[in-house]
Write a protein that binds this ligand. Structure first.
Ligand code: GLU
Length: 488
């Protein structure tokens, strides 16, 4: 049964502590960005503390030592944390790889409580047991071979230097209940859980143990994370019980899935932040989209600050899957591009332009801003700037034949005369435009065809900025040159 989560008035202020705890095993997943965002917004609204903790106990899969990339991504998104790597804080260090002594202390405490034991079973033995259980159609789980080893047996194995791990000794009877902001009250039947490993054979703490110890010691009040961790929660809740500590509130966020309803895979565009960043989605748009997805808001375009105020965490009932819709994200990105000042947009577009057209560096900033302003409404992503301004940097390869194929054949001939006449007479963009417009009208040529003719000659595409604007952008000399080229 669902019990709506309500924050009482005293659950506000610095005692509210949340954390984003990524494992640096690869690119930041879009679901991870959403988790970071929800933690950030929650802390910001409740005037609590947002902590960044790097879960790097698996050194073999650590692809981001020092978490440089993670920190860069969060900074880019505007999700600033108060405690964490570089910044420090009362619970430093914030890298799990530097906290092993702390885990060992807690392990000793657990051992003294009779809640941990050494397990000498080898991987092969465990694998065999698992296979047998599966064959017998029972849920595979550790059979507690090592739970009752005598002192002498243990010492003999230690003398023989047989590798071991530590396991938690769980209650196998009764149940444990947690509160979750999305799922309400969840009760786990303990007989379904196995004594999970607390350490690896090299002595380092496992995710399950380190994650719990840190949440406990860092005084995390709300554990906001992906729904894929829901099954870990029972085991971790039992560790809280073993340490006689109150449980945090949980919020397991729905998993992002594709429009077809499948779990977002690496091959789906936009599954990693890198995809979105490279393509030219703005950080504001990404946060905006990931915040409103799966909920409904009257005004959908919101900054982080607005989201902080408007978000209603007390009614976040979303469970299951939420659909990740790139088209909606594109719409939001367009809105944010429109909100950017021309100067800011120019700075954001510049890396894309520099890569595609190195000669852009010969233009002064005001000139580039002028170009960007003219094509601003054509941009869905920043990367679109390359296509939109290609005509400016590269002379289009277009012939009279190409143009004539797009409009009425007779009109194409008449327009050639009109344009040829105009290019001889004109001195500026407005005069030119007015002259061709009037002449076309006099010849009953639809304006649409006139514009297609000129736009094709100037840019190689039938769509884009207005004619006068194009001539302005290219300059009268370059425009004349391009127009004459197609008339020849
Ligand atoms: N390190 C875990 C992950 O990246 C985080 C788990 C949690 O937030 O508790 O999935």
């Amino acid at each position: 049964m669902k019990t709506p989560f309500t924050l009482s008035s005293n659950e506000r202020g610095p005692s509210i502590r949340v954390r984003f705890a990524p494992s640096p095993t690869g690119l930041m997943h879009t679901g991870g960005v959403r988790t970071a965002l929800m933690n950030y917004l929650f802390a910001a609204q409740k005037q609590g503390t947002f902590i960044l903790r790097i879960e790097d106990t698996d050194q073999q899969r650590n692809f981001d030592p020092n978490a440089t990339k993670i920190i860069e991504d969060l900074t880019w998104l505007g999700l600033h944390y108060e405690e964490g790597p570089i910044k420090g804080g009362p619970h430093k260090p914030y890298f799990q790889s530097l906290r092993n002594d702390i885990y060992q202390e807690r392990l000793a405490e657990l051992y003294n409580k009779g809640r941990a034991y050494r397990c000498f079973c080898t991987e092969e033995e465990l694998e065999k047991k698992r296979a047998r259980q599966i064959a017998l159609k029972v849920a595979p789980r550790y059979d507690r071979t090592c739970v009752a080893l005598s002192e002498t047996q243990i010492n003999t194995k230690l003398e023989q230097k047989i590798p071991f791990i530590w396991r938690v000794k769980l209650d196998t009877q009764g149940s444990i209940t947690i509160q979750d902001m999305a799922h309400g009250t969840i009760t786990f039947d303990l007989k379904n859980f196995a004594d999970f490993p607390l350490t690896r054979t090299d002595g380092t703490a496992t995710f399950m143990f380190a994650n719990f110890v840190d949440d406990l010691l860092m005084e995390i009040t709300h554990v906001i994370r992906g729904e894929d961790h829901l099954t870990n929660t029972a085991g971790q809740a039992m560790l809280y019980r073993a340490f006689e500590s109150p449980l945090p509130m949980f919020w397991h966020l729905p998993i992002l899935c594709s429009i077809e309803g499948k779990k977002l895979s690496k091959r789906d565009f936009g599954s990693s932040l890198r995809d979105l960043k490279d393509e030219g989605y703005l950080p504001e748009a990404i946060c905006n989209y990931l915040a409103i997805i799966g909920a409904s808001f009257k005004d959908e375009i919101m900054s982080l600050q607005e989201l902080t105020h408007i978000f209603n965490f007390e009614s976040m009932h979303t469970t299951g899957h939420i659909k990740y819709d790139v088209e909606k994200l594109q719409w939001i990105n367009r809105k944010w591009i429109a909100q950017y000042s021309n100067e800011k947009l120019t700075l954001s577009c510049l890396p894309y332009l520099l890569e595609a057209f190195p000669s852009v560096k010969n233009l002064d900033q005001a000139a580039v801003t002028g170009l960007i302003k003219s094509i601003k409404t054509d941009l869905t992503t920043l990367k679109d700037v390359v296509k939109a301004l290609q005509f400016y940097f590269e002379t289009p390869q277009v012939t009279h034949k190409d143009i004539a194929a797009m409009i009425d054949a007779q009109n194409a001939i008449t327009l050639s005369t009109i344009v040829a006449h105009a290019v001889e007479k004109i001195h500026n963009a407005t005069e030119f435009t007015n002259l061709v417009k009037e002449s076309s009208k006099a010849q009953n040529i639809p304006l649409k065809e006139t514009f297609t003719f000129i736009r094709m000659a100037l840019t190689g595409t039938p769509k884009g900025p207005g004619i006068a604007e194009l001539v302005e952008m290219l300059g009268i000399d370059e425009s004349t040159r391009r127009l004459k080229a197609v008339l020849e």
